[in-house]
Design a protein around this ligand. Structure first.
Ligand SMILES: NC(=O)C1=CN([C@@H]2O[C@H](COP(=O)(O)OP(=O)(O)OC[C@H]3O[C@@H](n4cnc5c(N)ncnc54)[C@H](O)[C@@H]3O)[C@@H](O)[C@H]2O)C=CC1
Ligand SMILES: O=C(O)CCC(=O)C(=O)O
Length: 528
């Protein structure tokens, strides 16, 4: 059946055609996102939700989204999506990180010019027939210092444009490398220095705990008198009340804001000030940017739903369309090895090491590791999935380690999972055969060759004559039909293991009878 996607915001209809061309059933209801109840009532029918910023994908919407696999944001900021709730449910959240960057940078530059020459006020006055030629005295931009807070995709385009306008550009961004700053012709400075030197300050960071009120009353007090401030990033980066006070006192000469603490901003403390320019979150609103983000989000979502490829996910590593089919059997192997080890783990889990050997070591091991960790944790935590597993492991203090090495003599690719618990370390290795089926090839250093079945019995014992017959009879007497029987041992008379695939679930009393056999050390029923 074709996957179903709901577009619940005003995204360019170009997206609809992309979905259709890729074999996705698409419903275009651009106003539905604003109606929370209606959205909650229908979201259960869809595999994908494509949104802009009006739809709020809250925990309630996500809880009602019983089939949802992907949320695609046609834009950059995903602050309208409850990422932890989506992650916990295994829903991939993607954005389109570059499609509207130029447009938003251009809006910031437009705001800077508008502030420098008071264009909106001059326009209103002129069209009101006043011809106030003496009222509007602007400032030149050339040779002024532009302070960029947050020099990522958009900030760096603004910086480039600023340099083109013959401005001196300084930037505060803890993650901007000195080499990249040099390459761009930008001077990297600390925040206080930026505040003290900039004639114009433009903000381009996401809203985080660290950036909230990055322009607070205290930092505004450190700015140059006559500074002009532009915010086309996120409301909340600037303390609006403190900014209003600084505008009222004349310390700040002007502010141009596209984004506000509360949106839609129908009223705001900044409104009405003669030196404030406001736009209704228009940063990304050009035909070009909206076409870009719509096409990109539709392509990314369709690629995921139809081919399993992941691009620009906030909560999962990328998987290209080419590698998705190659990766699939190894994802299954990693998950099954994890599940095997997880079902045998009875004491506190401290660490999971995943060793990739041979060709698989060159694949997308982050995705495989997520699958393995999900497999380990699922027997202990029912609602963990491949998307949420790494975060869940981190929260619980379980160390995750990845190792890559050359192929061993026997297999082109192998994945070894080593589980460290409070009491012991346990390892299991698997591979994928040419038939695409995952197999176990080693347990605790003992070679074996077993497929994964829906119901299995795992037994460790000492290698003694008569044991195999006794195990077979115990299962037979309990009415358990054996499908496959695989054995391995360290040496004659040494430690041995048996993996028995059976038809149907194995009852606890049968496991207890197996445990009672004199040679048996451990017996456990496993399900996959
Ligand atoms: N007004 C609008 O319509 C639009 C607004 N945006 C917003 O613009 C903002 C920037 O977007 P991009 O440039 O694409 O993001 P980005 O992730 O490429 O860049 C953000 C930069 O902020 C820096 N940063 C993070 N924490 C910081 C801190 N504490 N201090 C200083 N710098 C810090 C990062 O190192 C990074 O370089 C986002 O909030 C995005 O949502 C994006 C598109 C349209
Ligand atoms: O879609 C929009 O208009 C808002 C764009 C935006 O804020 C973003 O991409 O972060």
């Amino acid at each position: 059946m074709a996957p179903k996607v709901l577009i619940s915001d005003k995204i360019s209809p170009a997206a609809v055609q992309i979905f259709k061309d890729r074999g996705v059933d698409v419903t275009y209801e651009p106003d539905l996102g604003k109606d929370k109840e209606k959205l909650a009532a229908v979201i259960g029918q869809y595999d994908g939700l494509a949104i802009r910023s009006a739809t709020k994908a809250t925990d309630k919407i996500i809880a009602a989204a019983t089939n949802l696999k992907v949320i695609g944001r046609a834009g950059i900021g995903v602050d309208n999506v409850d990422i932890p709730a989506a992650t916990a449910k295994g829903i991939i959240v993607m954005n389109t990180p570059f499609g509207n960057s130029i447009t938003t940078a251009e809006h910031a530059i437009a705001m800077m010019f508008a502030l420098a020459r008071e264009l909106p006020a001059a326009d209103a006055s002129t069209q009101a027939g006043k011809w106030e030629k003496n009222r509007f005295m602007g400032v030149e931009i050339t040779a002024k210092t532009l302070g960029v807070i947050g020099c990522g995709n958009i900030g760096s385009i603004v910086a480039e444009r600023g340099i083109g306008l013959k401005m001196k550009v300084i930037a505060f961004d803890p993650f901007l490398s000195p080499e990249r700053a040099r390459e761009m012709g930008v001077e990297k400075v600390e925040l206080d220095e930026l505040l003290a030197r900039a004639d114009f300050i433009t903000l381009h960071t996401p809203l985080t705990d660290k950036t909230k009120n990055i322009l607070s009353a205290e930092s505004l007090a450190k700015t140059k008198k006559g500074v002009r401030i532009i915010n086309c990033a996120r409301g909340g980066l600037v303390d609006e009340v403190a900014l209003r006070a600084a505008l009222d006192s004349g310390h700040v000469a002007g502010a141009a804001f596209d984004v506000f603490v509360t949106e839609p901003a129908t009223e705001n403390v900044l409104f009405g000030h003669p030196n404030v320019i406001a736009t209704p979150h228009l940063g990304a609103s050009t035909n070009e940017a909206q076409e870009n983000v719509a096409l990109q989000v539709a392509e990314q979502m369709a690629d995921y739903l139809v081919r399993g490829a992941i691009t620009n996910a906030i909560n999962f590593p990328s998987i290209s369309a080419e590698e998705a089919p190659r990766l699939k059997p190894f994802v299954e192997l990693a998950e099954k090895l994890g599940s095997f080890a997880g079902q045998l783990t009875e004491t506190g889990l401290k660490g999971i090491r995943i060793e990739y050997e041979g060709a698989v070591a060159d694949m997308n091991t982050r995705a495989l590791t997520s699958a393995a960790v999900a497999g380990v944790l699922r027997p202990m935590l029912s609602d963990v999935n491949m998307v949420s597993a790494p975060a869940v492991a981190r929260e619980r203090g379980i160390a995750i380690e990845e190792v890559r090495r050359e192929a061993s003599a026997n297999y082109e690719s192998a994945i070894k999972l080593v589980i460290q618990t409070e009491k012991q370390s346990r390892s299991v290795t698997g591979t994928v055969f040419a038939d695409g089926k995952p197999r176990i090839i080693e347990i605790k250093g003992i070679s074996i060759d077993a497929e994964f079945g829906a119901s299995m019995l795992y037994v460790t014992n000492t290698d003694q004559p008569g044991y195999i017959g006794a195990l077979g009879s115990t299962l037979g007497q309990a009415g358990v039909n054996i499908a496959t029987f695989n054995l391995g041992r360290t040496s004659p008379g040494g430690d041995a293991i048996a993996i028995v695939q059976v038809d149907g679930p194995i009852a606890n009393d049968v496991v207890e009878k197996v445990k009672a056999l004199p040679q048996v050390k451990q017996a456990k029923a496993l399900t996959f």
